[in-house]
Design a protein around this ligand. Sequence first.
Ligand SMILES: CC(=O)N[C@H]1[C@@H](OP(=O)(O)O)O[C@H](CO)[C@@H](O)[C@@H]1O
Ligand SMILES: [Mg+2]
Length: 599
Amino acid sequence: MDLGAITKYSALHAKPNGLILQYGTAGFRTKAEHLDHVMFRMGLLAVLRSKQTKSTIGVMVTASHNPEEDNGVKLVDPLGEMLAPSWEEHATCLANAEEQDMQRVLIDISEKEAVNLQQDAFVVIGRDTRPSSEKLSQSVIDGVTVLGGQFHDYGLLTTPQLHYMVYCRNTGGRYGKATIEGYYQKLSKAFVELTKQASCSGDEYRSLKVDCANGIGALKLREMEHYFSQGLSVQLFNDGSKGKLNHLCGADFVKSHQKPPQGMEIKSNERCCSFDGDADRIVYYYHDTDGHFHLIDGDKIATLISSFLKELLVEIGESLNIGVVQTAYANGSSTRYLEEVMKVPVYCTKTGVKHLHHKAQEFDIGVYFEANGHGTALFSTAVEMKIKQSAQQLEDKKRKAAKMLENIIDLFNQAAGDAISDMLVIEAILALKGLTVQQWDALYTDLPNRQLKVQVADRRVISTTNAERQAVTPPGLQEAINDLVKKYKLSRAFVRPSGTEDVVRVYAEADSQESADHLAHEVSLAVFQLAGGIGERPQPGYKAAETTHNINNAFGPGTADEHTVPKQCCDGSRSFAKETRALKMRSAVASHRKLIMIN
Ligand SMILES: CC(=O)N[C@H]1[C@@H](OP(=O)(O)O)O[C@H](CO)[C@@H](O)[C@@H]1O
Ligand SMILES: [Mg+2]
């Protein structure tokens, strides 16, 4: 380690005084202008991690669904997964070290992790379309180079494409070719093979409207579309030619506001979907003939996928264990449907895909999705081999099912949730099963729900257990929530400190939108009173409703307030549900009566 060179170059990427950032659920995220030193230092850290693991490490420059002015960075571990937790701590230490402490921190990390400094290092870098991303990724490269690491800069990539590249490079090409062409070819070949097998189609034309959030997804989907055009025609909206990244569009906007994005004209019953800013999340939606908006979120995507996989396994005659992994945000109706109707075991983990991913790895086939549309399916190596064999050996119908499963396995991005890959999986399943978007939506009816956020002086006063569904501290909070939940039917509520913003999130679910709204408000008040609320008391009518563009994993001076956008009013999004869903809900409520109540 040339400590002199590190000190010299580090001074060119100086840390702003007093700024403290934390490696959160999705790496570092804050205003782009505060990130130069973090990028340089993550270049250094990626080299150490690469030396330690003797593998290629990825660095992705993106702030996903955050506003265009923000940016962020995260490291990708050898099998394309999120950085190991102990290294997240190193990342936080290194990012916050004062200039004079940099050498010591680097040596500390190397010693603690027994890094062989003589080992070669290789780092691959990708970035999204933000104006700040190119310069910031150059700072990553500076960090890599000064520690003597080799690198390959992929330039513009979606986040899951970078995860794919890392996975390919560390598995000797068995997973696929580590080029953008390799990615397009692997996925498209599997998709075209699958759709060729579809004899009937629920929708007359296989066409789909895609809102690309004015982000990288537009560029990559445009590059890719001719590879799979035989099986699907896509119409791109919010492709970055005029609108601002993530502004009033994208998966996060659609999910949290439960309304369509701007810039997309939707005719009734047309199938539409939205990507987020770095194309690792996807949600579907449509307008029914009465003009009502229907959202199909990650929970319903997981249901479609797992039921299809289960059917194929039955057809092949294989009894492999398949599990679905969700978080506490999963709609209660989805969990119930999966467990009681589909008879699939469901597990709940903490928020953040790294938790879901790890749990999903425990099954032969693990399907995981966050409600916001981030997820994928994982297949154990043994399953992949078994299915490959079956696709060669079995007869007729069974063989056809095994072949389908083989292609589906290739179509998933098993390194990370991937909007493009998930979109193709969903389109293939709908075509193969001859399902329309309405039929898919009708699998179950979501319980009305509400998400709010509350500002407190220090969100760390809230600690949770049981996959974040129960608050352990501050004292009295969980008891207060229990009492409130008892007042409503089919109700459930929980609170947790966000890992990406300086807020406490509140989630409530009940038999009607009014009840869910009331419960969420009352729980917000309990948080405000018992967990040190600051600013205005939560008001009914959702002044403190979830907004799309709030960030904060910063604790330092000049960070918290600066990055919190003014609270917006939510439009009570599901008001349409009041009249039109009354009927549907009655039957959902009736069937829920059989359930053991979570309250
Ligand atoms: C309720 C919710 O959607 N939370 C999101 C959000 O995490 P929070 O820890 O809730 O801020 O950002 C994460 C990273 O993108 C994502 O994994 C997660 O699902
Ligand atoms: Mg994202």
